[in-house]
Design a protein. Structure first.
Length: 482
């Protein structure tokens, strides 16, 4: 060491041996202490010049492991001469820029999420962290459901490095729907057709948990801590995740990134909606009433089983990429690349369809599947198939036991003899025994709608038939499991 700063990529940011006459490190580093900090944990290095002198100090902001899976920020003051500091700052900034972290984000805040704290969470926790890291923000406080989708339809995505939803799973889903729909329109994909291959998104979406349902944040970060979620977005890691499309009446009803539950769980969501005034507490109380009045429905489920031999792209994080929204004529090459990872095109495989029938309480599909690890279930994004469970008629007590295991996310929660398991690329549900009428357009419509829980929102099933399709790696999500 000759009293200069050593910057070693991927290993350590400052090498300081205490003899250095230009720099003295305060706070956590302590004078004379050799410090090793992973460059990837550095958030920012800020330069502060003392007026009228050559003296300046640098503040190094970095990430440390908090309790459990939580991440926290810490800072450290480095004193010394201004010119030395500027050199260090330049060096560090060059390295941080090479990490492809987001620089511009579109943020959608749902002020009505959960305990209505999303706006405060944004201003008090998220915004200061993003500003610290020089991320420029375009912020929209939503005024009504559906607004993110409307805004994203004409949003200039070219200079954005990602979207951020501040709210619950429903808000994330809404942003994902808006983005996917916009991309299909740009790419002229017939998104109403269940068998169309989607144009996959390269623009990551992040979630800052502020809702009543924060399952996605829990899956991604192992915690619903807000600061952790914001830090993960800043660090820019992202993974590829699946999306599912739900279609009825020859039209797309919605995309989902987490769950599509028909029957009991759909009814639960519908019932919870009626008790919105109870706030997030309604999700603890209302479902009990729905279970008590559970009803089965006769279904025919046709599905394309997963192909064990088919090797798909990995679900690992890929390099940060900007979403390109090119005019159709220039889109061909881009589309070819983006579509590599998306799924369907299986209308022609009709002969491979299998069928399950019977009276069921529900059909539950997990878009983010779960794998058992050390006695717990861990989320698996980008699985090759959709995991679907049919719950057949069973005694009330066995059903309650199964549902309570499910609620605790315990392995074995699906190992009941009244549960049939399917892994497939998509499925069609027919409801031949549910009463219907013919509407003015000659379409069969259910007399009484049934419900799907689509990412935590109750979605009515109005037709006696609906389709669900998996779109492999169709979205990119900020975060990293584990
Ligand atoms: N300003 C708004 N007022 C009401 N609803 C909104 C508003 N902005 C967005 N939404 C919609 O609210 C729904 C639920 O949002 P979110 O998931 O953030 O909240 P939540 O508290 O977890 O869910 P829920 O309110 O359903 O319990 C989303 O579908 C979203 O589109």
């Amino acid at each position: 060491m000759d009293g200069t700063i050593e910057v070693l990529i991927d290993k350590c940011i400052l090498s300081y041996d205490g003899k250095n006459e230009y720099f003295s490190c305060g706070n956590s580093f302590g004078s004379g202490k050799h410090v090793c900090l992973r460059l990837n944990d550095v958030l920012a290095l800020k330069h502060h010049l003392k007026a009228g002198t050559l003296k300046s100090h640098l503040v190094l902001h970095y990430v440390v492991q908090g309790k459990g899976k939580a991440l926290r920020t810490k800072d450290c003051i480095i004193t010394g001469e201004a010119d030395q500091h500027l050199r260090l700052k330049d060096a560090v900034e060059t390295i941080l820029n090479s990490f492809h972290r987001p620089k511009r984000l579109a943020v959608f805040v749902n002020p009505n999420s959960g305990h209505r704290k999303a706006v405060n969470i944004f201003h008090n926790v998220v915004e200061p962290l993003f500003k610290l890291c020089d991320i420029s923000l375009k912020v929209v406080e939503t005024e009504r459901p559906g607004q993110p989708t409307e805004l994203l339809e004409n949003y200039d995505l070219r200079h954005m490095n990602g979207l951020v939803a501040i709210g619950g799973d429903g808000m994330f889903s809404e942003c994902m729907n808006g983005l996917l729909l916009r991309l299909q329109k740009d790419a002229k994909v017939d998104y109403n057709n269940p068998d169309a291959t989607l144009s996959a998104s390269t623009l990551p979406i992040g979630i800052i948990p502020a809702g009543s349902g924060n399952m996605l944040a829990q899956y991604l970060h192992g915690t619903i801590d807000v600061e952790t979620a914001a830090i993960k977005i800043i660090l820019g890691d992202h993974l590829l995740a699946n999306a599912v499309s739900v279609h009825q009446g020859r039209a797309l009803s919605s995309y989902a990134g987490l769950i599509v539950d028909f029957g009991l769980c759909g009814d639960m969501m519908k019932d919870c909606e009626k008790f919105r005034w109870l706030g997030p507490k309604r999700y603890k109380i209302v479902p009990l009433g729905t279970i008590l009045k559970r009803k089965s429905v006769y279904v025919e489920v046709e599905f394309i089983p997963e192909e064990p031999h088919k090797v798909r792209a990995t679900h690992k994080s890929r390099k940060f990429a900007r979403q390109m929204s090119l005019p159709a004529a220039r889109y061909q090459f881009q589309k070819a690349v983006l579509r590599l990872n998306s799924t369907p095109e299986f209308a022609e495989d009709q002969k491979f369809w299998l069928k399950e029938t019977g009276h069921v309480y529900g059909i539950d599909s997990y878009v983010v599947t779960q794998k058992e690890k050390d006695g717990n279930l861990v989320p698996y994004f980008g699985d090759d198939a959709l995991h679907v469970w049919l719950t057949d008629k069973c005694s009330f007590s066995s059903h309650v036991s199964q549902l309570s295991l499910l609620q605790q996310q315990k392995p074995g929660c699906w190992d009941f003899k009244f549960i049939r398991e399917i892994r497939c690329r998509g499925y069609r549900v027919k409801l031949p025994c549910s009463p219907y009428y013919i509407d003015d357009c000659g379409e069969k419509k259910l007399k009484k709608p049934l419900y799907i829980n689509c990412d935590g929102e109750a979605m009515p099933v109005e037709y006696p038939e609906f389709d669900v399709r998996l779109h492999h790696n169709a979205v990119s999500v900020f975060g990293r499991v584990g």
